[in-house]
Design a protein around this ligand. Structure first.
Ligand SMILES: [Zn+2]
Length: 47
């Protein structure tokens, strides 16, 4: 379990997600999926 850097909620990272982010050279997720959806620009900066 990880704690979201935004809302402090605990969320789960799956191994396949971890592999994916490693592949696109992005550090491990620090935000829960909900916060990531609310901050779309964050994901756009990555891609
Ligand atoms: Zn969050």
């Amino acid at each position: 379990m990880k704690t979201c850097g935004q809302c402090k909620l605990e969320f789960q990272i799956f191994d396949e997600d971890r592999e994916f982010y490693k592949k696109i050279n992005v550090p491990e997720q620090i935000w829960c999926p909900e916060c990531r959806t609310m901050h779309r620009c964050y994901e756009q900066t990555i891609s």
